[in-house]
Design a protein around this ligand. Structure first.
Ligand SMILES: [Zn+2]
Length: 384
C-alpha cells in the first residue's frame, strides 16, 4: 500500500490542506494494458455526509488484508476524506459541508469538463482498436487536467476548492470504476449514475441493496461522478465510426441518511463493495451470487420532488424506502396557529428514496423525492 499526499493551493496565510490517497495493489495500472482494473473510491465530498467516511475506514482494513494475500488485481485507490475544506466549516455549532462558505458553491458541482480538450487531443489518433482508444482517451484526460499547472505561474483563477476538484479528478478520471460515497438527509440506499452505464451498474445496485438507481446523461453543473464518465458517451457520439466503450463506471452512492453512521451498516456496505469488486474481477475470489434487484433503474428526470407550498411543522406519513402510489399522502405540514393541515401527495408511483431530516418547513421546501418511472422534468435535475 502506498500513501500519497496531494497538497491543495494555499489561498490564506497559515493554512495548508492535503488530500490523502491510499493505493492498494499495483500502482499505475491501466486496465487497457490487461493488468487489472483501476478502482477509485472517495468519501464525504459533501463533508457533512459521513456514512461514507466510516465505510472507507472499514474498506481500508479489508483492502489491506486482501493486498497481503495477493488478491488485488490492478489498483484500488481510497480517499477517505475527499473534502478537507468543507470538513473545517463549523458554523455556530452546525457543520456546513455541502457548500463552500466563501462562494456558496456546491462542493459537488463544477468539475472540469473534458470533452473539448480530450476530443482535440484524440481526433487524429482514434482507430478501430477499442482498447487502444481507451488508452489514448485516458492519456488525453490526464494531460488535459495537468494543463496550466506546469508552467510555474500561479493561475489567479485557481482557488483552494478548484485545486481540490482538480486533484480529485486527476486521481479518478482514468479509473474503470469510480464510487463517490455520499448520503442524503434521510434516505434509503440509492445510486446516481449515467444512463449508458446502467448495465455495468446493475450488479452494484444488487450487491448494495439499492432501493433506486437514478439515471441521467446530463444532470447539470457537472457533478463529480458525471464529470468522470460523461466524456465517454460524448466521445462515442462525436466519433460514431470509432469503437469507444463506456470505460468508466462512475456512480454516486447515497449511503442512506446523515445520521446513519454506525459500524454494522458501514461494515456491511464495505463488504458489499468488496463483493462487487470481486464480481468485476478487480479482486480475486468468488463473488457471492447476485442478490435480487430491488427496483429497476428510473430516469432522474422522473424523480418527483415533493414540495410544500406552505410553512409549518412537518409530520411524515411515509418513510424512506416506502413504495408510494399516485395520490398517497407523504407528509402533512401543520400550522399550529391556524390549525391548517396541508397534505402533500405524491404525483407519481414509485419508491420514496429520500426525505428531509428537518421538521420545520418554509414554503417552497423540498421535503421528499419519489423515483417515478416516467421522465417529466427538464433543466438541472439535482438538488441545489
Ligand atoms: Zn452529497
Amino acid at each position: 500500500m502506498q500513501i500519497k499526499q496531494h497538497p491543495l493551493v494555499v489561498t490564506s496565510l497559515g493554512t495548508e490542506r492535503n488530500i490523502v490517497s491510499f493505493h492498494y495493489g499495483a500502482a499505475g495500472v491501466d486496465s487497457a494494458s490487461n493488468e487489472g482494473e483501476k478502482i477509485y473510491i472517495q468519501a464525504s465530498l459533501h463533508a457533512d455526509e459521513l456514512p461514507g467516511m466510516l465505510v472507507a475506514h472499514h474498506l481500508r482494513t479489508r483492502l489491506a488484508a486482501l493486498e497481503a494475500q495477493g488478491k488485488i488485481i490492478g489498483t484500488i485507490i481510497v480517499v477517505p476524506v475527499a473534502n478537507p475544506v468543507g470538513l473545517s466549516q463549523m458554523m455556530l455549532r452546525s457543520h456546513l459541508g455541502r457548500f463552500e462558505a466563501a462562494t456558496g458553491e456546491n462542493f459537488n458541482r463544477h468539475y472540469p469538463e473534458l470533452i473539448t480538450p480530450v476530443a482535440e487531443r484524440v481526433v487524429d489518433k482514434l482507430g478501430m482498436d477499442a482498447k487502444q482508444n481507451v488508452r489514448l482517451i485516458r492519456q488525453a484526460m490526464r494531460d488535459s487536467l495537468r494543463l496550466g499547472s506546469q508552467d510555474g505561474e500561479r493561475d489567479v483563477e485557481v482557488t483552494e476548492v478548484t485545486s481540490m476538484r482538480k486533484v480529485l479528478m486527476s486521481l479518478a478520471c482514468d479509473a474503470d470504476v469510480v464510487l463517490d460515497l455520499h448520503c442524503d438527509a434521510a434516505a434509503a440506499l440509492h445510486l446516481y449514475t449515467g444512463t449508458p452505464l446502467w448495465p455495468q451498474c446493475e450488479p452494484l445496485s444488487r450487491y448494495l441493496g439499492a432501493v433506486a438507481t437514478l439515471l441521467a446523461t446530463e444532470s447539470g453543473d457537472n457533478p463529480f461522478d458525471e464529470a468522470c464518465s460523461q466524456t465517454w458517451w460524448q466521445l462515442a457520439a462525436q466519433f460514431p465510426d470509432k469503437p469507444i466503450p463506456m470505460a468508466c463506471l462512475s456512480v454516486t452512492v447515497e449511503l442512506r441518511g446523515m445520521t446513519d453512521v454506525n459500524h454494522s451498516q458501514a461494515e456491511q456496505d464495505a463488504d458489499h463493495i468488496i463483493d462487487f469488486l470481486k464480481y468485476r474481477g478487480a479482486i480475486k475470489g468468488d463473488a457471492p451470487p447476485l442478490p435480487p434487484l430491488l427496483y429497476p433503474a428510473t430516469p432522474l428526470a422522473g424523480s418527483e420532488p415533493i414540495i410544500t407550498p406552505v410553512s409549518g411543522v412537518v409530520a411524515y406519513l411515509k418513510k424512506p424506502g416506502d413504495w408510494v402510489k399516485k395520490g398517497e399522502i407523504i407528509a402533512e405540514v401543520i400550522n399550529p396557529i391556524s390549525s391548517h393541515v396541508q397534505q402533500l401527495k405524491s404525483g407519481s408511483e414509485g419508491v420514496l428514496y429520500a426525505q428531509e431530516n428537518r421538521h420545520f418547513a418554509v414554503a417552497g421546501m423540498r421535503l421528499a423525492k419519489v423515483a417515478g418511472a416516467t421522465a417529466f422534468r427538464t433543466g438541472k435535475l439535482l438538488s441545489a
